[in-house]
Design a binder for this molecule. Structure first.
Ligand SMILES: NC(=O)c1ccc[n+]([C@@H]2O[C@H](COP(=O)([O-])OP(=O)(O)OC[C@H]3O[C@@H](n4cnc5c(N)ncnc54)[C@H](O)[C@@H]3O)[C@@H](O)[C@H]2O)c1
Length: 284
């Protein structure tokens, strides 16, 4: 075999390992065109998966699916409120019925929560938790039920839960959000151990983004100004920016690439892990 033959063979192998052709993937919270979910959906479609864009914002979600289809991918929109277990069961059954499988689940839907602990109403803590932690628990649970042997999909593969650098370190004035993201990380490890020991062929990992340029980040900055926690949006953005040694806030597609890796066979020995994509934020 010549050097060129060997290189071509290696390229073929890499393409095969990273490919998601033949896989069906669902991304929750993927309706905002500038969000991490939409970037994950686009990246998974680029790698060959048929994608379900799931969200509660129907009009915007349909537009994201349309734009993936217009770019040559394959996507459908589905309404899914991640807080409802019945809705999860319906959405997964509909996905298997419409697309013929359920191989990759990205539990990405989330909301922001700000305020000092001493001022935080319990109702606000519970509102954030219902989406950011209960929603991830329900998705992980029903994802496993569908993907495990004998489930409606039954072939295993990958669940990716969206954590944050706040899964690893605390941030002032964001306890409801940070509490959930910390919980997501250890819930993910529990799921990974259970699925591994039970030989379900389901890998479960946490994606850990730094601060990423999205609508949610803008909302979070504005909340902090409105609550008098900082003087201006510029002040908090500068704090976020300079917190990353790489010197900038991240881009949604940089998270989409990591999610594709965790969904693919290229990461076949990775489970219960954190994939930290944070421009060095937590290296300090
Ligand atoms: N932007 C960042 O800096 C950053 C950093 C780390 C982690 N994250 C996480 O990434 C994820 C996506 O955030 P984003 O910044 O792209 O924000 P985003 O606002 O674009 O995405 C959140 C999405 O979740 C959807 N959603 C909210 N409640 C829902 C519900 N009950 N059911 C279904 N969908 C619901 C929203 O409609 C929205 O489309 C979140 O989990 C967030 O915590 C974001």
């Amino acid at each position: 075999m010549t050097r060129l033959d060997r290189k071509l063979k290696m390229n073929e192998r890499l393409q095969r390992e990273f490919s998601l052709v033949g896989k069906v993937a669902m991304v929750t919270g993927a309706a905002r065109h500038d969000g991490i979910g939409a970037a994950c959906a686009q990246a998974l479609a680029d790698a060959g998966a048929k994608v379900v864009v799931a969200d509660v914002m129907d009009e915007q979600g349909r537009q994201v699916a349309d734009s993936i289809n217009a770019a040559g991918g394959s996507a459908v929109y589905m309404h899914l409120d991640v807080r409802s277990e019945a809705a999860w069961m319906r959405a997964i059954a509909d996905t298997v019925h419409a697309l013929g499988g359920f191989d990759v689940l990205v539990n990405n839907a989330g909301t922001t929560g700000n305020g000092l602990i001493e001022d935080l109403p319990l109702a606000e803590w519970k509102r954030v938790r219902s989406i950011n932690l209960d929603g991830v628990f329900l998705g992980t649970k029903q994802g496993i039920v569908a993907m495990r042997p004998g489930g409606v999909a039954g072939k295993g593969v990958a669940i990716i839960n969206m954590g944050s650098v706040t899964s690893l370190v605390g941030v002032a004035s964001s306890s409801s959000y940070v509490g959930c993201k910390g919980g997501v990380r250890l819930l993910t490890k529990c799921a990974a151990i259970e699925c591994g020991r039970l030989e379900y062929n389901i890998r479960v990992n946490t994606m850990v983004p730094g601060f990423i340029e999205t609508g949610l980040l803008k909302d979070g900055c504005q909340n902090m100004v409105d609550q008098g926690l900082v003087q201006s949006v510029e002040e908090i953005r500068e704090l976020f920016r300079s917190g990353h040694p790489i010197g900038r806030i991240g881009r949604p597609m940089e998270i989409g690439m990591g999610v594709c890796f965790l969904a693919s066979d290229a990461s076949s020995f990775i489970t219960g892990a954190d994939l930290v994509v944070d421009g060095g934020y937590t290296a300090q």
